[in-house]
Design a protein around this ligand. Structure first.
Ligand code: NZQ
Ligand code: ZN
Length: 387
C-alpha cells in the first residue's frame, strides 16, 4: 500500500427531510448567494422547498448554470458576488452547479490577473468563500470532494481545477427523494460516471491494498445490482438512497487513498465534451473500453481480478479474463442505453484523435495514466480505437 494523507471535512446530512438542517449549517447574518441550474429545481419543487428554509437570510440568487458549467456564465455570477459582497454560497443542483459554485468560491478570493489561470495551471485553492450544497443529481461526488471541472466554449476547453482545502463543501444535504424527477438518460449517466470513477482508481496495478480493492468492488457490485431498479423507478426510496451513496463514495477520496490512480479516461473524455458537447458520462463510456484494451499488458492483473470478483468470470487465462471483463463492462453500459463508440454521438469524429493528442502536447501532458507513461501518441491511438 502506498503512503497517504486523508482529510475530508465535508459534513453530510443524508436522508428524508434533511433540508431542515440548512439554517443550522449556514451561519446567521451571511450574505448568501444561492446558485442553481436551468429549470429542474423550479419544475420539481426543490426550489420552493429550499427557499422556505432561507427566509431569515439576506438572499441573492443566480440560476442558469447549465450542464458542463460555462466560464462566461460563471463570470456573471461572480459580478453579483463582488457587487453584493456575498460571503456564503449555496449550490442547489448536480455536479455542474456544485462545480460552478466551487469555481465562484475560489474566484472571489483569487488574487491573480487571469481567472482562467486557476485551471490552466491547476492552482491549488487555499482560500475561498465558504459554500454548502443541496445535491439533486447523484453522479460526480462533487458534493463531498474538492474537484471541479469548468468548460470554456470560446476556446473549446474543459479543464479540472487544482483541488485544495477551500474547494470542499462545508456541508452537503443529500435527500434521496430529490432524485425522483431525474430523467432516465441522466440516471444512466450517473451510474456510468460513478462506475468509471471507481474504475479509474481501481484498474491500475496490484499494490496489496486489499481493503481499497474490496471497497471498489463493493461499490461496483452495488451499482450493478441497483442499476435496473433505479432506471425503472427513481422514486423507490431505498434504491435511490443506495444509488446516491454509491455515487458519493465513488469519488469522495476514500477509495483512492494508498493506491495508484489512472484518470486518463477522464482526461480524454473531457476533450470530447469540449469538442462535441457529449455528456460527461458518455465520453467515459466511449474512451474506457479502448483505453483498457490498448493498455491490456499493464492492466490485465486488475482486470482479471475485477472479472472474477465483480462479474464472476473465472474461466480462462489472465489475459482472456481481462478481455472478457472489458466486454462485460461495455455490455453493462449498453444495458443502460449508453453507446460506447464516438461515431454513435457525432458524424464528425474523424480527426478527433489527432486534435486531442495535439492539445495534450500543447499543454505539456506527456505522461498520463497510473505510471505516467501514456504519451500523446498513445492517446491518439486510444481515441482512434474508440471511433
Ligand atoms: O440545469 P437543470 O435544469 O437543473 O437540469 C439538470 C441538468 O440538465 C438536471 N437535473 C439535476 N438534478 C435534477 C435534474 N433533473 C431532474 N431532476 C433533478 N433532481 O440534470 C442535468 C445534468 O446535471 P449536471 O449537474 O450537469 O450532471 P452531473 O451531476 O452529471 O454533473 C456533470 C458535471 O460534473 C463534472 C462533469 O465533467 C460535468 O461537467 N464532473 C465533476 C466532478 C467532480 N467535481 O468531482 C467529477 C466528474 O468526473 C465530472 O467530471
Ligand atoms: Zn466523471
Amino acid at each position: 500500500m502506498l503512503n497517504f494523507e486523508f482529510k475530508n471535512p465535508t459534513k453530510i446530512h443524508f436522508g428524508k427531510g434533511q433540508l431542515s438542517q440548512l439554517p443550522n449549517e449556514i451561519p446567521a447574518g451571511v450574505r448568501l448567494l444561492m446558485v442553481y441550474g436551468v429549470s429542474s429545481i423550479k419544475q420539481n419543487g426543490i426550489y420552493e422547498q429550499v427557499k422556505s428554509h432561507l427566509k431569515e437570510y439576506h438572499l441573492f440568487e443566480f440560476g442558469g448554470i447549465h450542464a458542463n458549467p460555462e466560464y462566461e456564465v460563471l463570470l456573471q455570477a461572480l459580478d453579483i458576488i463582488r457587487k453584493e459582497k456575498i460571503n456564503f454560497i449555496l449550490a442547489v443542483g448536480g455536479g455542474s452547479v456544485i462545480d460552478g459554485a466551487k469555481f465562484l468560491a475560489a474566484a472571489a478570493k483569487y488574487e491573480g490577473d487571469n481567472l482562467w489561470d486557476m485551471l490552466t495551471y491547476r492552482i491549488r485553492v487555499e482560500h475561498g468563500i465558504p459554500f454548502g450544497t443541496v445535491l439533486t443529481m447523484p453522479a460526480t461526488g462533487s458534493e463531498m470532494n474538492s474537484g471541479a471541472v469548468i468548460n470554456r466554449a470560446a476556446t473549446q476547453e474543459k479543464l479540472p481545477m487544482g483541488h485544495g482545502p477551500a474547494l470542499f463543501p462545508q456541508f452537503s444535504i443529500m435527500d434521496p427523494e430529490f432524485i425522483a424527477s431525474i430523467p432516465v438518460r441522466q440516471i444512466a449517466n450517473g451510474i456510468t460516471d460513478a462506475f468509471t470513477h471507481v474504475l479509474e482508481q481501481y484498474m491500475t496495478y496490484p499494490t496489496g491494498a486489499l481493503l481499497q480493492d474490496r471497497f471498489c468492488e463493493s461499490i461496483l457490485q452495488t451499482l450493478i445490482e441497483i442499476a435496473p431498479r433505479i432506471i425503472e423507478n427513481p422514486a423507490d426510496y431505498n434504491t435511490a438512497a443506495n444509488y446516491m451513496w454509491c455515487c458519493t463514495m465513488a469519488l469522495n477520496g476514500l477509495i483512492q487513498k494508498g493506491v495508484p490512480a489512472d484518470w486518463a479516461v477522464h482526461s480524454m473524455g473531457h476533450e470530447l465534451t469540449a469538442m462535441y458537447g457529449i455528456d460527461h458520462a458518455r465520453t467515459l463510456a466511449v474512451i474506457m473500453p479502448s483505453h483498457y484494451r490498448y493498455n491490456i499488458h499493464s492492466k490485465q492483473e486488475k482486470l482479471a481480478q475485477y472479472a472474477a470478483r465483480v462479474w464472476n468470470i473465472t474461466a480462462g487465462s489472465i489475459r482472456e479474463k481481462a478481455y472478457a471483463a472489458i466486454d462485460r463492462t461495455e455490455a453493462f453500459f449498453h444495458s443502460l442505453n449508453i453507446a460506447t463508440h464516438l461515431s454513435a454521438y457525432t458524424p464528425d469524429f474523424e480527426g478527433a484523435a489527432q486534435q486531442i493528442s495535439r492539445r495534450f502536447i500543447e499543454r505539456g501532458w506527456y505522461g498520463l495514466g497510473e505510471r505516467k507513461t501514456l504519451t500523446p501518441a498513445d492517446v491518439e491511438k486510444i481515441v482512434e480505437m474508440s471511433y
